[in-house]
Design a protein around this ligand. Structure first.
Ligand code: SAM
Ligand code: SF4
Length: 329
């Protein structure tokens, strides 16, 4: 099959998210329970060599962009070397990282030299107390130092992910002000009740936009990468942009271009897949790159064929078996 032709409807499936670990140095209230999360055993985690093999097969199957995520990817040793490995794949995929930023300060230059192009930093509030409440243990200054280092070292774009919880961090104005001085792209993400958090509610993207309008005129803006699920705008004269990702109030499945592999080696073509395909077992049983590519293409073809029919219905997010931290967002 011609890999370039694989798509859901008109959308090519060309984006791979690799969760390199299920461990995290924070405990965000919307992502993980406070206690009782049992980490995977060392042997259950894909090695970097296995992930590299998988990534090469995925690129052969049409993937052009790879994002490293977690858990918190920066807590896994050897991440820089893994980025170097991925940067040697041909044709070269665009490499990006999603991190909470706490360990980023002082490492952005090294990551960029290894081949990283862009970074998303999750920062849910610019108020230190609210940030601490939402991450349970995080220090806002450390995360913001990471953001500033990424900007100074020329990672581009630097995006900030803000998961908005009603009544907790639903005043977006401080982020609006931030974009006047820092060239970052802030995306307000609707909270998905992924594990049992029926007590929390999301705030629709349009409400956030209306609140930002109180700071001054908003102008439409291009997506910093030219694609993606966010709608972007900017405050007149600002160096950064603002955007909303309406993953709950709008239905994305028809335009989903994502393939995921979890830290324990399960390939998922949908965030709501219950288990996915065990590619780690296939690799450990000796699957060569050609066989892996066949497995990936088979799943992509299935995703294309199922298209919109798998869209999550009400409550489907509660049926998911893993926490977001294990799948990688
Ligand atoms: N630890 C890294 C971080 O926080 O950026 C990477 C992993 S985290 C699971 C990836 C993304 O998932 C983050 O941007 C996070 O905000 C998002 N996320 C986690 N739980 C979510 C939820 N319940 N609803 C919406 N987004 C969520
Ligand atoms: Fe950790 Fe990221 Fe989940 Fe927060 S959102 S608990 S930083 S994995």
């Amino acid at each position: 099959m011609d890999a370039d032709g694989l798509s859901t409807g008109a959308t090519p499936i060309d984006y791979l998210r690799i969760s390199v670990t299920d461990r995290c140095n924070l405990r965000c209230i919307y992502c993980m329970p406070a206690e009782g999360v049992h980490g995977l055993d060392h042997d259950d985690i894909m090695t970097y060599e296995e992930l590299d093999l998988f990534a090469r097969a995925a690129v052969a199957a049409g993937i052009t962009r790879i994002r490293l995520t977690g858990g918190e990817p920066m807590v896994r040793k050897g991440l820089t070397g893994f980025i170097e490995m991925l940067s040697r794949i041909e044709p070269a995929p665009r490499l990006s990282l999603t991190t909470n930023g706490v360990l980023l300060a002082g490492r952005a230059a090294e990551l960029k030299r290894a081949g990283l192009g862009r970074v998303n930093v999750s920062i849910d509030s610019l108020d230190p107390e609210v940030y601490r409440h939402m991450t349970r243990i995080g220090d806002l200054d450390s995360a913001m130092a990471g953001v500033r280092d990424a900007v100074e070292q020329g990672l581009d774009p630097v995006k900030l992910n803000v998961v908005v919880l009603k009544g907790v961090n639903d005043d977006p104005t401080a982020f609006g002000e931030l974009t006047r001085e820092l060239p970052v792209h802030v995306r307000f993400i609707e909270f998905m009740p992924y594990f049992d958090r029926k007590d929390r509610s999301y705030v629709p993207g349009h409400v956030i936009r209306e609140r930002l309008g109180g700071l001054g005129p908003l102008e439409e803006a291009e997506s910093p990468e030219g694609w993606g699920p966010a709608e972007y705008f900017r405050l007149r004269g600002a160096v950064g942009t603002l955007g909303t990702i309406s993953s709950v109030s709008c239905h994305f499945c028809p335009s989903c271009n994502r393939l995921r592999v979890t830290a324990d080696g399960r390939m998922r073509t949908c965030l709501f897949d219950s288990d996915g395909v065990d590619v780690k077992a296939a690799i450990r049983a000796g699957a060569d790159p050609g066989r892996l590519r066949e497995i990936i293409e088979g799943e992509l073809e299935r995703k294309r064929a199922e298209g919109d029919s798998r869209k999550p219905g009400p409550g489907s997010s509660h049926r998911a078996t893993d926490h977001m931290s294990r799948i990688g967002g």
